[in-house]
Design a protein around this ligand. Sequence first.
Ligand SMILES: N[C@@H](CCC[C@H](N)C(=O)O)C(=O)O
Length: 277
Amino acid sequence: MLLNFTKMHGLGNDFMVVDLITQRAYLRDDQIRQLADRHFGIGFDQLLLVEPPRKPDMDFRYRIFNADGGEVENCGNGARCFARFVIDQRLTHKREFQVETLGGPLSLKVDDDGRVRVDMGTPRFAPADIPFVADRDETSHHLDIDDRSVTFSVASMGNPHAVLQVDDVDAAPVGELGPKLQHHPSFPRQANIGFMQIVSPHAIRLRVYERGVGETLACGTGACAAVACGIRRGVLQSPVDVELRGGRLTLEWKGGETPIVMTGPAERVFEGRVALN
Ligand SMILES: N[C@@H](CCC[C@H](N)C(=O)O)C(=O)O
């Protein structure tokens, strides 16, 4: 069968977006891995599926699959692309709408300049919510990896994150320490590993080694987790500009039970049609 799709990106974190409202398809995890392959497939970090809502108060169901074929709870850059996609495809006439994800509901709003604001929900820090194996909810945790003690904070944005503070993000051991911490048994569902350099209380630089993908050019939920952990530790103040390898996001968080709000771009790259084997 032939499947219509749109290739999009949010700051270089790239997506295959599939409308499953006007067409029907089921993608197996081996098919997702093949499509995600940058040499033998289309190439993407995540597959985003646009589906009808299952709950009456929601506009759409937003499903996310990593390049390794695993379904995940949330994707921030994907949420902005999702919002642009449903408007461009005329699947809604609204500029502001609610979507259900595996990680909970999100509110999306497309501004007149095309940038998208996403209410990403309330960050959670309790170890059980990540999930992370620890006795207590603390702002910093430690693990021994290869004979050195690694210090980090943890947060859930629906999906699991660990955030390490580094002096120079360009020199950070993202490709070496990222996978080791990500697969540590203390993270039973693995985690996305962020390396954060603090530039000022209102600006950070960030690289993220993502679960199910590896290092990406940007991670929206990783940006939310880094800012939330930094504000909770008292080293950052809202609003915070987050410079990722693919560009910049703005994050606002008033703390406590309030939602974290992310603003950034969403770009269409091309339309295509692919045969599913
Ligand atoms: N790139 C995303 C996060 C995608 C999911 C993540 N890899 C996970 O496994 O939780 C973002 O922009 O948030």
